[in-house]
Ligand binder design. Structure first.
Ligand SMILES: Cc1cc2nc3c(=O)[nH]c(=O)nc-3n(C[C@H](O)[C@H](O)[C@H](O)COP(=O)(O)OP(=O)(O)OC[C@H]3O[C@@H](n4cnc5c(N)ncnc54)[C@H](O)[C@@H]3O)c2cc1C
Ligand code: FES
Length: 257
């Protein structure tokens, strides 16, 4: 983990009210893996004091070297400030942080489930495992079409299934329906989204009796991001108190419920 300043190379509204911010990749982020996150200072001075956690969304080779990005919705002051950054601006970063997804080396069929902005880290995981020649199905769920990451921005090898609660795009309903259908097909599953989604996925997985491994990326209110303040403590069913920033954010779904 290091502290550094990263230069913005591109800032755009990508779809609906969801923004993407590309930043120059420092040496500090050489070893990042999908599911890890950074803490960003979202202001010029000491206000707001606390950093904001953001998953690393994607990597690319920019015109002047490697870059990384975050994908976010504007929900408060920090994300509002991030959405106003322009090329050449500097953002203070602490990272890389946490324990990301751990796809097993020999699994061939991966099922990825993203609820709303929870798709952010899964897009990079899809990029990586598709490039390794593994089969990937990514389920993108949202309340409405405006919340769905554009499928054409994914590698063609990734099969995408869209669900919307109002039926404006893809299947009408929630991600749990394709999850139930595809659980027998996959070797390992990965999920990121709102907490009630994890509960619903766990119930489907439990009822299936298949005992497929499902890794979930948890969110929690974070003060520091690296194990000092205990604001992110959770009490999973197994293993005693855990810190989302340090022990996670990736947890096995069966340890949570
Ligand atoms: C490991 C991790 C990775 C994340 N990755 C992303 C990402 O890739 N993209 C993204 O858009 N967001 C992500 N988040 C969430 C993001 O950090 C918060 O939404 C952050 O608070 C936004 O800052 P803000 O100043 O804009 O809003 P704030 O003013 O901090 O909060 C806005 C509203 O959201 C509520 N809120 C804030 N944090 C939480 C929380 N953890 N749980 C429930 N309610 C909360 C607040 O009470 C308030 O009502 C991530 C969080 C974690 C812990
Ligand atoms: S955010 Fe401070 S201990 Fe996890």
């Amino acid at each position: 983990m290091r502290r550094f300043e990263a230069e913005v190379t591109e800032s755009a509204r990508l779809y609906g009210s969801t923004h993407v911010l590309w930043l120059r990749r420092e040496d500090a982020l050489r070893t990042i893996t999908p599911g890890q996150f950074v803490m960003l200072t979202c202001g010029e001075g000491a206000d707001p004091l606390l950093g904001r956690a953001m998953s690393i969304h994607r990597l690319r080779e920019g015109s002047a070297g490697p870059e990384w990005s975050i994908l976010f919705d504007i929900v408060g002051r920090g994300t509002e400030w991030l959405s106003q950054r322009r090329d050449g601006d500097l953002v203070r970063v602490v990272g890389p942080l946490g324990r990301g997804f751990e796809p097993r080396p020999r699994v061939q069929r991966l099922l990825l489930i993203g609820g709303g902005i929870g798709c952010a880290p899964l897009i990079w995981l899809a990029d990586e495992v598709a490039a390794e020649g593994r089969e990937v199905t990514l389920v993108l769920g949202g309340r409405t079409e405006a919340q769905i990451f554009p499928p054409h921005l994914l590698p063609p090898a990734v099969e995408v299934i869209v669900t919307t609660e109002d039926g404006s795009l893809g299947e009408r309903g929630r991600v749990t329906a394709p999850f139930e259908r595809l659980l027998p097909w996959c070797d390992q599953a990965f999920a990121c989204g709102p907490e009630p989604m994890f509960g619903a996925l766990h119930e489907v997985a439990r009822r299936s009796g298949l005992r497929k491994p499902v890794q979930a990326l948890l969110e929690a209110r974070m003060g520091c991001g690296f194990g000092i303040c205990y604001s992110c403590a959770v009490f999973p069913r197994r293993g005693g108190v855990k810190l989302v920033c340090h022990d996670g954010p990736m947890f096995d779904l069966r340890d949570l419920y």
